[in-house]
Structures are given as C-alpha cells and as structure tokens.
Design a protein. Structure first.
Lengths: 166, 109
C-alpha cells in the first residue's frame, strides 16, 4: 500500500508532534473533538508536504541554540532602535548597499534559518539565497562597509548555526 | 476580567505605547525611504519590536488574569516563519524585474 518510504504515515514524528501540540494550544482545550482534529492534522499534513522536506535535523548543540536565541533577540532590539533613529533623524540619508555573504554552512535547514535571521534583524533583508555558488545576497538599509557587515553576520549567526547543524 | 494591579497596569500601558511608537516609525519609514528595496525593510522592522511589544503586553495581561499566554508565543513563531519568506519572495521578484534601486544592482554573473 505504501510504496515509497516518503509516503509512510508518521514519517516525521517531531513535525507531527509539533502540529498536534500547536493545534491544541491554539484551541486551549483537550476536548475529544479537538484531540481528533489534532491527530488528523498531525497525520495528514506531514504526509502531504513530505515531498518537500529534506533529511531531518539533529540538534548537535542545545547550548549553542539557546545562545543564538539570546543573540538574535538582543540584535533585534538594538537594530530596531538604530533603524528608528535613522528614520526619525531628518539630517540622515540611508546609505543602502548590497552585501554578499559567502556561506560556509551547508545544511539546507541551517541556511534557511540563517537567511531568516538576517531578514528578521532590522536593517538587513536576505534577497537571494544561492546554493550553487553558496552565498546569500543581502540588502542592507544603511551600511558604510559591506565587507565588515558580512563578517559580522557570519560571526554572530553563522558560527553558532554551524555548531547546531554541524 | 478583574481589577489590575496599578503597577502591572502601568507596565502594560508603557509596553503598548513603546510598541505603537515603533509601528509609527515603521510607517514613517515607508514614506521616507526612497526605493522599493529600502521600503522592504519596513515590514520586517515594525513587525519585530512593535508587534513584540504588543505581544509581551498581552502576555502580562493574560498572566495577571491567571492564564498563560501561549497564543502570543505561537503568534511570535508564525511571524518568524512567514515574514522572512514573504520578504524574500518580494525581493526576488523585484530583482528579476530590475526595479530601480538606490544601491545600484548587484553584479549578476
């Protein structure tokens, strides 16, 4: 019946568990009806999107993940204030620039997370993620030194991501 | 709903005001910035600290009411998953269409 391994039910147990938990917390109840809906979602969604999912992820370093979460939260707060100052100060004109960030990270999920973090910290947006010539093209809102900005992003986010994804 | 402790009340009000200020700055940025790529920064800006402030205020309010604000954590997760993807698609489309950019166009080899 299930010809290919990708089509197994529960091929992605972690994703299934997160979907079920997400549904139940959204509903904030464990009525039988909600539990049945959660089980159906947990079984059906991973099966439907299975073809798009790569190999799974093993978290190599939990400590690095926690550290990265703090770094990213802190950077979001600091760069929000920087960008707010830039917007509110009429004497300053933004100096936009394209920044090419070469990638050492190879794991596709790690690269996706790196690009997302760059976008979520104000002042930088990941525009193109190129996996053939591994780099991320970033548009920076106000950047005087593109090389330094690229070094900074690699040191702050990519280094911990490499520890996490190996 | 119950009477809130004045200190908690003030904290929630301060967070909401701060968040509103950041969302306003994001909107001003949309007007002040000069090209598509600069404006693209606005949604990822206001929606981080602005929405973050509203969510923290909401969590404190729920906690004072005796509930744990799990919804707010889910909203944070959903924003973090969806915002970068939409920004990336917008940027890709704009680069493909060669939308004018103050920073010039990145060299294409």
């Amino acid at each position: 019946m299930n010809a290919t391994p990708d089509k197994r039910w529960l091929a992605h147990p972690v994703m299934s568990a997160m979907l079920a938990a997400g549904w139940l917390t959204l509903q904030q109840s464990v009525d039988p009806g909600n539990v049945i809906a959660a089980v159906v979602l947990a079984l059906v969604i991973p099966r439907l999107v299975g073809g798009f999912l790569g190999a799974g992820v093993t978290l190599r370093s939990f400590a690095a993940a926690i550290r990265l979460a703090f770094i990213v939260t802190w950077d979001i707060i600091v760069s929000n204030i920087t960008v707010a100052k830039l917007v509110l100060d009429p004497s300053r004109t933004p100096r936009p620039a394209w920044v090419r960030v070469p990638l050492d990270l190879t794991h596709p999920n790690g690269v996706a997370l790196f690009a997302s973090i760059i976008t979520m910290t104000p002042g930088t947006v990941s525009c193109i993620v190129d996996e053939d010539d591994p780099h991320i093209l970033v548009h920076a809102l106000d950047c005087a030194d593109a090389a330094a900005a690229a070094r900074d992003m690699k040191a702050r986010y990519e280094a911990p991501l490499k520890e996490i994804f190996g | 709903m119950q009477e809130l402790n004045p200190v908690v009340d003030a904290l929630i009000a301060a967070l909401l005001l701060l968040a509103a200020l950041f969302i306003l700055v994001g909107a001003l940025g949309m007007m002040r910035f000069r090209d598509f790529f600069q404006r693209l920064h606005a949604p990822t800006k206001a929606s981080t600290l602005g929405v973050g402030g509203v969510l923290v205020a909401s969590m404190i309010y729920s906690a004072a009411d005796g509930r744990f604000g799990i919804h707010e954590l889910l909203i944070t997760l959903f924003i973090f998953i969806t915002a970068p993807v939409s920004a990336n698609l917008l940027a890709k489309a704009a680069l493909h269409l060669k939308v004018p950019s103050k920073a010039g166009h990145p060299g294409k080899e």
